[in-house]
Design a protein around this ligand. Structure first.
Ligand code: AMP
Length: 610
């Protein structure tokens, strides 16, 4: 958390390499700091935090202990104390929360993949064995490991094993490509990349090798779908076999970063979100409670495991923490999902509205599957419309629970007891009793209830800064996260999402920051000016429409532009669906591109075209 980052920064400024800055590294013994360095640290602490620490006692401080002292002096320390006093933050570790066999029966099935099934005891053993093997390959506590794997058992075991080892997995969507990965690697300086050899016709291993050449911090590639380990490549399939117990001497603290999620981003590159054990544990417990998860629940994970909705909101970790069973499937095939619901007696599933619409079509075509086990379909990531909600409830004969949340940590759910008219038309209320929510106008003043404004959130599950303190403007001085979403409070107390302040296109639940796309479009020699806006789409909800002003060169066609962007390493889901050439972009009174007019323009064109 903040304390540890502050201390690491001071130590890095002293020239200590990131790899050495493990939480349990002792300042004098392990880091070999001399008297001048120790004095320098004391001066920095006194200066920045008005904290006097005597580093010359008998006791040799670890990085973590120093961070705890600093943490007490940081803004927000009072709130942290309250979160702990109220039991919102607990002294627990995420891997124990998910797979411990102390509370839930070990013989019951906990994880089902395409060709492997693990009981809870087997899962615990696989996590432990994987942690031991990772340690053997040289992965150390405090190191960051990029995990970009598809929905297979390997990812669940690997992530939990890394957490057990005190290393920090960063969950990256398999759809991200060179352009996005480049910025993630620069922000996180990982030592290891975990990728599939190939997935969905893309050669991940080749890209990982290229990135390793460019980023000297990367030592090792963990690869699924290969056999044997050589040349700095280690087979993940071999890592996850049950094996020796995990190393016991790892020093961890509940306020340590357990893992990184990535922001879907308002601006530019995805930003790392550091999630501590205690804060994410709170999100998992509170969201599991409002989702009605019990030891008998069966959760089907079809959205990418690397997205917070499927992973921890409550998703996989919430289900495992409650003693239930997780079934993994790929999102592409609704027919496979239906068959799995029948075979595994699935009770819960999380979908985006776009995927839910595909399921509706598939269920009508497939008719014959027994889906009677389904209790709750959670729909989130983008706004669900009332008619789709109604059709889903009819087709699947289960409750529809809307989820409106963000990887930054605040989650809203309609409640299972909400009447259909509320559950179908609102996006829910906070799952955490500690969440504070404000709806404000452009000047930051609270609007009256029922009026539209931007949602600001603060609470025990919500971050108060991005890793590396980037994009500080996303937070208010008193620690609220500015969601960039326009909402109004419904009379039920639930929020209705009305739109966005931020310039993001929500393509079927996948977010595309307009400025990132525009910057790459402008790099094309045939383009002088460009604006990307959301265009209504029957299945996806929104798709990408590019307005382009040509330069002297020939203006690229849609096909040429898509090739240009893909060659630039952009994730494929961000490629535009339509390109419209215009002589000039319309401007607002202050001279900014008038995107509202462009959105109206594309809507009108689509309407005319029928
Ligand atoms: P992510 O961090 O990728 O989960 O994206 C979070 C953003 O997705 C939110 O800030 C919203 O803009 C959008 N979002 C998530 N859930 C919903 C929902 N149920 N309705 C409308 N927008 C949503």
């Amino acid at each position: 958390m903040a304390g540890i980052e502050e201390v690491r920064k001071i130590l890095r400024d002293l020239g200590i390499e990131e790899e050495l800055l493990r939480d349990d590294a002792q300042l004098r013994t392990h880091l070999a700091l001399d008297s001048v360095d120790l004095t320098q640290i004391q001066v920095e602490l006194a200066d920045r935090f008005a904290t006097r620490v005597d580093l010359w006692t008998e006791h040799d401080y670890t990085v973590r202990q120093l961070a705890d002292i600093v943490g007490e002096r940081l803004p927000g320390a009072g709130a942290h104390r309250e979160y702990r006093d109220r039991g919102w933050w607990r002294p627990e570790f995420l891997d124990d929360l998910a797979v411990s066999t102390r509370v839930h029966a070990g013989h019951r099935v906990a994880l089902v993949g395409a060709d492997r099934t693990f009981t809870r005891t087997e899962l615990e053993a696989a996590v432990s064995g994987c942690a031991a093997r990772l340690a053997h390959t040289g992965v150390r506590p405090g190191e960051t490991v990029i995990v970009q794997l598809p929905n297979q058992v390997q990812i669940v075991i690997l992530v939990l094993a890394l957490i057990r080892l005190g290393a920090r997995p960063a969950l990256v969507l398999p759809a991200l490509r060179e352009h996005e990965l480049e910025s993630v690697l620069t922000a996180l300086t990982p030592t290891v990349l975990a990728v599939p050899a190939r997935h969905q016709r893309f050669d991940h291993l080749r890209l990982a090798e290229k990135l390793r050449e460019r980023h000297p911090s990367v030592r090792t590639l963990l690869v699924s779908g290969i056999t044997g380990s050589a040349g700095g490549r280690v087979s993940i399939d071999e890592l996850i076999e049950a094996g020796p117990p995990a190393p016991e001497d790892v020093v961890r603290h509940p306020s340590d970063t357990a893992l990184f999620l990535l922001s879907s981003g308002t601006t530019g590159a995805p930003k790392p979100i550091a999630r501590t054990h205690e804060a994410l544990g709170h999100v998992i417990r509170t969201s599991a409670a409002v989702s009605g998860l019990t030891p008998h629940s069966v959760f089907l994970a079809v959205l990418p495991v690397t997205h917070a909705f499927a992973f921890s909101g409550p998703g996989i970790l919430g289900t495992l923490a409650g003693g239930g069973k997780v079934v993994l499937a790929a999102p592409e095939d609704a027919a496979v999902a239906m068959a799995l619901i029948e075979r595994e007696r699935v009770t819960h599933c999380a979908l985006t509205p776009a995927l839910a619409r595909q399921w509706l079509t598939a269920s009508a075509a497939l008719g014959s599957h027994d889906l009677s086990s389904l209790q709750v379909l959670q729909i989130g990531g983008a706004r669900l419309d009332e008619s789709t909600a109604t059709r889903l409830a009819e087709a699947f004969g289960c409750r529809i629970q809307q989820v409106y949340g963000m990887s930054e940590g605040q989650l809203n759910f309609t409640r299972l007891e909400d009447p259909p008219e509320v559950a179908f038309t609102t996006q829910g209320r906070p799952s955490s009793p500690g969440d504070e929510t404000l709806v404000v106008d452009g000047e930051g003043r609270r609007v009256t209830d029922g009026e539209i404004g931007e949602l600001l959130v603060r609470g025990p599950g919500v971050i108060t800064e991005y890793h590396g303190s980037v994009a500080a403007a996303s937070f208010t001085p008193d620690g609220f996260y500015r969601t960039g979403d326009l909402v109004r409070r419904h009379e039920s107390g639930n929020f209705v999402v009305a739109g966005r302040v931020k310039d993001v296109i929500n393509r079927g639940g996948e977010k595309i920051p307009a400025d990132e796309l525009e910057a790459l479009v402008l790099a094309h020699p045939g383009v002088r000016a460009a604006a990307a806006v959301a265009m209504p789409h029957r299945v996806l909800g929104e798709a990408v429409c590019l307005y382009v002003v040509g330069s002297d060169d020939a203006v690229p066609s849609l096909r040429e532009m898509r090739t240009h962007l893909e060659d630039g390493g952009l994730a494929r889901f961000k490629l535009p669906e339509r390109l419209i050439e215009v002589p000039e972009l319309p401007l607002t009174a202050v001279g900014k591109t008038d995107k509202a007019r462009l959105r109206d323009d594309i809507r009108a064109r689509l309407h005319t075209e029928g």
